[in-house]
Design a protein around this ligand. Structure first.
Ligand code: ATP
Ligand code: MG
Length: 448
């Protein structure tokens, strides 16, 4: 519907609006957990030397088509694309790695101290079937390490360095999860080699041949993928295909010497960092640009949408987008799923609450209550000040509903003597004290 049509329709029926399918409003107290998760990410990633990048949420469609791959589900059927008024095609970002690489090239970030470590957080958009842990607007927290290859560098020499970078990036995600108290996170790793005849390309030929032989036993999706993207067949969750897939050739037996060395070194580096992992030869990841190290982390309490983080190495992507030969490794955490998993485990945190509810009565008391509230808020406490006078009974009932810790009772007596009545709501006890004494009590007893 055109904008004008939408407007007249609206005036005629006073339509009640609903958020668009697959999008949602995040409300308190859930948003407290969202903020805690994001704050923790900033802190932990900061300790690893990462800085934040904020990129646009829409980009030229071509950027995603070229980097993610035109044959992938993401580009083929999940993107929100539209023609701008000048008829260029624009898409809402389905992920952010392409944008980070674009920014790296656009701003000449190869001239910054290398490797360049960036993290991002924000909404992504994919037109998928909405269900638990799968939305059309969802949020990712991700990071990328980029390093432009200097003349005379790269190749076999770099294997130990690249492997250490891979392992440190994975260690950072696991550290972040541990800091949040996420239990039962499981890391799976794999190497998908690199695009060469003696490595992945050769393997994909063998895989294709093996798949052709069992084609009749596969479902329509996998049959199609034999032609478009045979590696993706390994990703299948279809029960009836599992036994067949188990008998297919494995990439670990077809890696070239350098890729095999790199994979072995990543495992050694993870072990040195105390990071536990399981190997999964079927982990190929959905996006085309990955090479060598791929990894995925699953969490509990999420049903079949249990992947909370996916990542991998993507040397060559920056070059593919018109930049210099550059190495890259990164990951994206599904923040919605991470939050769901924390909530399922009872790690959602307490409801918002207030530290102090100011129950006041009388005109003089209002002025004192406003002044007291200002000073308590300045000291960093969460204070609720009712806008109109209430009977004390009603005020205390409201303080209770808001899960306030203390009620500060200000009536004529308190104003005259300068001694406040402080009621502790948990046990109903009550005491008189000066403002300084109350502040002292709050500082000691309220965790900030
Ligand atoms: P899946 O196999 O679950 O579709 P994916 O391989 O498409 O995941 P990536 O592109 O690797 O996912 O994105 C990284 C993470 O982002 C995923 O592990 C997941 O936690 C999250 N994610 C991806 N798509 C969605 C979505 N539609 N809704 C919520 N989270 C998502
Ligand atoms: Mg997906």
């Amino acid at each position: 519907m055109r904008v004008a049509g939408a407007l007249s329709g609206l005036m005629a029926n006073r339509t009640k609006f609903q958020a668009i399918k697959g999008t949602r409003d995040l409300l308190p107290p859930d948003t407290e957990l969202w903020n805690r998760v994001e704050q923790t990410a900033r802190e932990v990633f900061g300790t690893f030397g990462f800085g934040e990048i904020r990129s646009p949420i829409f980009e030229p469609t071509e950027l995603f088509a070229r980097s993610i791959g035109a044959d992938t589900d993401v580009v083929g059927k999940e993107m929100y694309s539209f023609d701008d008024r000048d008829e260029t095609s624009i898409s809402l970002r389905p992920e952010a790695t392409a944008s980070v690489c674009r920014a790296y090239i656009e701003h000449g970030l190869h001239a910054w101290p290398q490797p360049l470590k960036l993290y991002y957080l924000g909404p992504m958009f994919r037109r998928e079937r909405p269900q638990k842990g799968r939305y059309r607007q969802f949020y990712q927290i991700g990071a990328e390490v980029l390093e432009t290859v200097q003349p005379g560098q790269g190749g076999t020499k770099d294997i130990p360095k690249d492997a250490a970078v891979d392992a440190e990036v994975i260690e950072m995600v696991m550290t972040f999860f541990a800091r949040l108290g996420l239990e039962g996170a499981q890391l799976q790793i794999n190497s998908i080699g690199h695009a060469a005849e003696n490595c992945r390309r050769g393997y994909v030929q063998k895989l294709k041949a093996a798949l052709e032989k069992v084609k009749d036993k596969l479902g329509p999706d996998s049959q199609r993928r034999i032609v478009t993207n045979p590696l993706r067949v390994l990703d299948s969750k279809l029960e009836s295909e599992q036994a067949i897939i188990a008998g297919l050739p494995k990439i670990s037996e077809h890696l070239c010497e350098d890729c095999a060395k790199q994979y072995a070194e990543v495992k050694r580096q993870l072990a040195m960092r105390g990071v536990k992992y399981a190997e999964n030869w079927r982990l190929v990841r959905g996006l085309d640009y990955y090479m060598r190290t791929t990894f995925e982390i699953t969490a509990k309490g999420l049903g079949s949408q249990n992947a909370v983080c996916g990542g991998g190495r993507y040397d060559g992507l920056v070059e593919l987008l018109g930049g210099l030969p550059t190495k890259g490794i990164g990951f994206a955490i599904g923040e919605d799923r991470l939050i769901l998993s924390l909530q399922e485990a009872g790690k959602g945190g307490a409801a918002a609450g207030r530290d102090v509810f100011v129950a006041w009565m009388g005109e003089k008391a209002q002025a004192a209550a406003i002044a007291a509230t200002q000073r308590l808020r300045t000291a960093g406490f969460r204070v609720e000040l009712p806008p109109v006078e209430q009977k004390f009974g009603k005020a205390l009932g409201q303080a209770d509903k808001l899960s306030a810790r203390y009620a500060l009772i200000l009536g004529e007596d308190e104003v005259a003597t300068g001694l406040w009545t402080v009621k502790t709501l948990a046990d109903g006890s009550q005491a008189k004290m000066s403002e300084a004494e109350f502040l002292e009590k709050l500082r000691n007893e309220v965790k900030k």
